[in-house]
Design a protein around this ligand. Structure first.
Ligand code: KIV
Length: 264
């Protein structure tokens, strides 16, 4: 795989070619993921759950994110490296710029923020300063205490319309990518078709430009009950490498996600 950049992803979207994304939190996972041709690695603040054992991403700090971003960056290969700005670390333009700068200097090539229209000036300011941003819409885990749990978002007309309008306005403000989490598949399709930037889905149906999973979920390493959108790729593979390769093949071949992994 040649070095993946935003231009690579734009070209793939234009050609209707699906791309893949997985989380990684350390150098070993980064190698596992990048060596199987995963285009985008996310140092997700899900590390609060899967590495630190918290029940939400709220306790994750900018220092935590910088540490894990440096670890992943050492072995990210040709994958595009995106890192999450954690909870309450981008409440103003200046705070976002200061913290995004730290993530970029730790090795990130793009930062991800959760929210909707209120992010417009922040995204514009980051872009002005040479920092590409990815906006995470739908189920935004940092707001779990406002949302009242991990629930599908955008099922009612008003929320769906607000999300579509926010996606278009965020692209106009300079957002370079979107992540849609746990939204009805039909809404995800509409948002994906309404913007020119690449859209990655998780629990958002098969029609987004790319698909992402938490790497430990696809490797079946997380205990307890799994969200509906997760598939255990270890079940049909004899090794972690083969499981990641199976995820890549399934996304590119259009067999993952299936209708059973989405929400109507
Ligand atoms: O933190 C994370 O892992 C994420 C993905 C689930 C999209 O935001």
């Amino acid at each position: 795989m040649a070095k993946v950049t935003l231009s690579t992803l734009a070209e793939m979207k234009k050609n209707g070619e699906k791309f893949t994304s997985l989380t990684a939190y350390d150098a070993t996972l980064a190698h596992l993921v990048s060596s199987q041709g995963v285009e985008v690695i996310l140092v997700g603040d899900s590390l609060g759950n899967v590495c630190q054992g918290h029940t939400s991403t709220v306790p994750v700090t900018v220092n935590d994110m910088c540490y894990h971003t440096r670890c992943v960056s050492a072995n990210a290969g040709d994958s595009l490296l995106v890192a999450d700005l954690p909870f309450a670390s981008y409440s103003s333009e200046e705070q976002a710029l200061a913290n995004a700068t730290r993530l970029m200097q730790a090795g990130a090539e793009m930062v991800k923020l959760e929210g909707e229209a209120w992010l417009i000036p922040i995204v514009a300011r980051l872009r002005e300063q040479g920092i590409p941003s990815c906006v995470h819409l739908g189920l935004t885990p940092q707001s779990v205490h406002v949302l009242g749990g991990y629930k599908v978002q955008g099922r009612d007309e008003a929320r769906a319309t607000a999300m579509i309008e926010a996606a278009i306005a965020l692209e106009k403000a300079g957002a370079a990518m979107l992540v849609l989490e746990c939204v009805p598949s039909v809404l995800a399709r509409e948002i994906t078709q309404s913007v020119h930037i690449p859209v990655i889905g998780i629990g958002a149906g098969a029609d987004t430009d790319g698909q992402i999973l938490v790497v430990y979920d696809l490797l079946d390493m997380t205990g307890g009950s799994k969200p509906k959108f997760v598939k255990n790729f270890m079940a049909e593979s004899g090794s972690t490498q083969k499981a990641v390769a199976a995820f890549v093949a399934a996304v590119k071949g259009g067999t993952f996600p299936g209708p059973e992994h989405g929400f109507e």
